[in-house]
Write a protein that binds this ligand. Structure first.
Ligand code: HAM
Length: 434
């Protein structure tokens, strides 16, 4: 029954994982709102050309990992391997660059697709949350973007993340450095992997994070980008680091950090965290400043800075760290009819309770009350409403607080007030715990 499984490298979300995915989405979108970002959603399919020009012709992502297809009109389309290029396209389509207040601050959450070898932390369909701040060029904005990233992880409950930063410098810095790298690698090129030979031609910076053993050894002796940074770029990087210091955000400078997309310039960064069991899911998120991307795509010459996190990697770590665990009430109010005659009244009461904003469940057939109570307990109900003939006649409910075990009679017209009290106190207690 192979066809009944999801496509290789893709997965279903349900139960606990679905809840955590939504929590990651909600927490990061909420964090972005704290920093003044507006949410945007762009199509999953875009023209192949957008990613060739956006992410870069020479990147693994575009050369090897893109899901490409022709639509029925013969248009070459790709499932987006990342969302930044699409956001830039939307900025042009919607003429957002002519809005008076710069920078634009946009955030997003959605699926992305890469035809990679599936392994720990690596899927072919995964979800990214990300932000893009476009239309201002400032180390303060770079630092603010990193701060947003750290706030999001903090609000999810993460501590001790490793933040890696590096500067790729401006175009001139990188051109000088590329030339130096080619000089360094040229005598060794014959012995290197096929990918590196290609990277030598297209973008020798990518040779630095080749995963092949021998090539890794070589990378250790390669010239350092820091020695080729222009004065302006060096100052800009130092200013970014100074702001991070003043915010109390710890970081490590990683001179080997070059990132996998071509559009970056100046400051780049990634967050990493080993799991408690020592698993490395890869970067939880990464991003940086991009100077010429919008212009490269035919838009105005506006720089930007942004990042994206991989929700699946964050999710896997949250589970290992026990973050985001919930007592999980599947149902808040169990409505229990005593005998078949009370069933219509129980259905009415459930309808009313849901209209009061609480989840309610009532059985389809009135079974034994003891069995109904056991089910209510399994579902974590806080309140049980026991409804018999007497309650039906009096338009009231016998309310049992499942925690204190206390019972009381509550007329239907006072039910909202009473439920608000009980659940309001519960929320307050939970709030104090955190
Ligand atoms: P990226 O580093 O290619 O950057 O991807 C961002 C994050 O997506 C990674 O750190 C990782 O957590 C997750 N990710 C990437 N590939 C996979 C995969 N196959 N399976 C699971 N998770 C994955 C970007 O995509 C840039 N657009 C970020 C950016 C925004 N830069 C500036 N603005």
């Amino acid at each position: 029954m192979g066809e009944m499984n999801p496509v290789k490298g893709m997965r279903d979300y349900l139960g606990e994982d679905m809840r955590l995915l939504r929590r990651i989405e909600g927490t990061f979108l909420g964090t972005a709102a704290l920093y003044g970002y507006q949410e945007i959603e762009t199509p999953i399919l875009e023209s192949v050309d957008l990613f060739r020009r956006g992410a870069g012709e020479g990147t693994d992502i575009v050369r090897k990992e893109m899901y490409e297809l022709l639509d029925k009109g013969g248009r070459p389309l790709a499932l987006r391997p990342e969302l930044t290029a699409g956001i830039m396209r939307a900025i042009m389509s919607e003429k957002l660059h002519s809005l008076p207040d710069m920078p634009l601050r946009l955030c997003y959450f959605g699926p992305a697709f890469r035809y990679e070898r599936p392994q720990l932390g690596r899927l072919r369909e995964f979800h990214q949350f990300g932000v893009e701040a476009v239309g201002a060029d400032s180390p303060a904005l770079d630092a603010e973007t990193i701060a947003l990233l750290m706030t999001g992880f903090r609000l999810l409950g993460f501590q001790d993340l490793r933040l890696l930063v590096n500067s790729l410098g401006d175009k001139e810095s990188r051109d000088r450095y590329r030339a130096a790298l080619r000089d360094y690698y040229r005598p060794h090129l014959e012995r290197m992997c096929e990918d590196c030979k290609e990277r030598f031609r297209l973008n020798p910076l990518r040779m630095l994070d080749c995963k092949v053993m021998g090539d890794q050894e070589l990378a250790k002796g390669a010239p350092s980008l820091q020695d080729y940074l222009g004065e302006e770029s060096r100052k800009r990087f130092e200013e970014t680091l100074r702001i991070l210091d003043s915010l109390g955000i710890p970081y490590e400078i990683d001179q080997g950090l070059v990132r996998g997309l071509d559009y970056y310039s100046e400051t780049v960064f990634e967050v990493h965290l080993l799991s408690p069991s020592g698993k490395d899911y890869g970067a939880l998120g990464g991003g940086g400043h991009y100077g010429g991307l919008l212009k490269e795509l035919g838009g105005p010459d506006l720089p930007g800075v942004g990042f994206a996190i991989g929700a699946e990697r964050v999710l896997a770590l949250m589970k290992e760290l026990g973050l985001g665990e919930e007592e999980g009430r599947e149902v808040e109010v169990a409505v229990l009819p005593v005998g078949e005659e009370a069933l219509p009244y129980a259905q009415e009461a459930s309808y009313l309770v849901r209209g009061m904003g609480y989840s309610a469940e009532t059985p389809l057939r009135a079974g034994k009350l003891s069995a109904q109570f056991r089910r209510a307990e399994r579902k974590g109900a806080r309140v049980a409403l026991i409804l018999g003939e007497e309650e039906m006649k009096g338009r009231k409910a016998r309310l049992k607080d499942m925690e204190s075990e206390e019972q009381e009679d509550v007329p239907l017209e006072r039910l909202q007030e009473r439920l608000d009290q009980i659940f309001g106190e519960e929320e307050e207690e939970d709030g104090h715990e955190e």
